[in-house]
Ligand binder design. Structure first.
Ligand SMILES: Nc1nc2c(ncn2[C@@H]2O[C@H](COP(=O)(O)OP(=O)(O)O)[C@@H](O)[C@H]2O)c(=O)[nH]1
Ligand SMILES: [Mg+2]
Length: 326
């Protein structure tokens, strides 16, 4: 069966699957418009597959932030596939490109993007990332989802540095019906997180979502503080934190990659949350992050609403990009 047909079947097979693919489709609107316009235009100009075609395809992929190394790998694989299947017409390549985007993302890694949340015990999730990337918003969205699944969720206001950060988390607490553990602004974040863990244990919470600051007096202070917060969590619960999620803003492009390198050193990041995919035409950054950092993208932010957070699924991503070309 063809790859397009498979995808189509998969994402129209049930109401749930359709809901997921609709979210991806609308969240990836800008990337799809830009990418499919360019790809269709390229295919119209080059009817036959040749060197120049691949060179221009490289440019399109690089302009979508896929990342140079990933683009090279991808195009190499495409060229092999063209030989193997004896493809002559560029029109036939749409499907091959979409298929390769998925395989290049998943290559050598069959793990799912599901969060490491325990069935019958407390799970602690630490959110890190620079200011404005969407940490607090993602915590609110995730709290909402987990509550829908029937879990008891507590939030901890570990960003004690930025004015208004505690109130912002409080608003999400009210919106989602989750308690927020907090101290006054300026207090020691590790102490607040410690309080959060004690509260989560005594109240029998299932999941503790820990917010942190994205900026301090300087970067060294921030990284030291995050390491300290992580140590406190480890000391209180030996196998925690169950996830350290680095939140990255997709609209910042390749800059997100350098942020990832810095935070990884301080906290051992277990997964990426890529926010604001709806706000960029360069959604290819998701591939660059996966390939160049070797950290899985676990969640994607596809809008500002409470429901605009999805587990990352490379198939849904590609379906969202190619649905109009199928
Ligand atoms: N369009 C869009 N905006 C988002 C998304 N996630 C977060 N935001 C917005 O990004 C801004 C900063 O978010 P915030 O959670 O305060 O970032 P923090 O400083 O990392 O905690 C807010 O205006 C959010 O509404 C997303 O997936 N899509
Ligand atoms: Mg915040």
């Amino acid at each position: 069966m063809s790859f397009f047909k498979n995808l189509k079947d998969k994402f129209t097979s049930s109401n749930e699957a359709e809901e997921v693919s609709d979210k991806y489709k609308s969240g990836l609107e800008k990337t799809r418009q830009s990418f499919s316009t360019k790809l269709n235009d390229l295919i119209a100009r080059y009817r036959k597959v040749d060197e120049d075609f691949f060179e221009e395809l490289e440019e399109i992929l690089i302009s979508a932030d896929v990342g140079v190394n990933t683009v090279m790998d991808l195009v190499e694989e495409l060229e092999m596939e063209v030989k193997r299947r004896n493809i002559k017409e560029t029109n036939e390549l749409k499907e091959v490109i979409s298929e390769k985007l998925v395989t290049i993302y998943t290559e050598g890694d069959t793990s799912t993007s599901a969060l490491n949340i325990k069935a019958n015990d407390l799970s602690v999730i630490l959110f890190v990332g620079v200011n404005g990337v969407g940490k607090t918003t993602t915590i609110g969205k995730l709290a909402y989802q987990l509550k829908q699944e029937g879990k008891k969720v507590l939030l901890v206001a570990g960003d004690t540095f930025r004015a208004g950060a505690i109130e912002q988390l409080d608003v999400w607490g009210e919106r989602t019906g989750c308690d927020v553990i907090k101290q006054s602004a300026g207090s020691d974040p590790a102490a607040v997180i410690y309080d959060g863990i004690q509260a989560a244990k005594s109240r029998g919470a299932d999941v503790l979502l820990c917010d942190t600051a994205g900026r301090l007096q300087n970067k060294v202070n921030l990284m030291n503080e995050l390491s300290k917060v992580k140590r406190v969590i480890e000391r209180e619960i030996p196998d925690a934190p169950h996830e350290v999620l680095l939140v990255l803003d997709a609209t910042t492009g390749q800059n997100a990659l350098s942020q990832a390198k810095e935070f990884s050193q301080a906290t051992n990041v277990s997964g990426i949350v890529l926010t604001k995919l709806d706000g960029t035409a360069k959604g290819g950054i998701v591939l660059a992050i996966r390939k160049e950092l070797n950290i899985p993208v676990k969640l994607v932010g596809l809008g500002e609403q409470m429901t605009d957070l999805e587990v990352f699924d490379p198939n849904a991503f590609v379906y969202g990009l190619f649905s109009e070309m199928m």
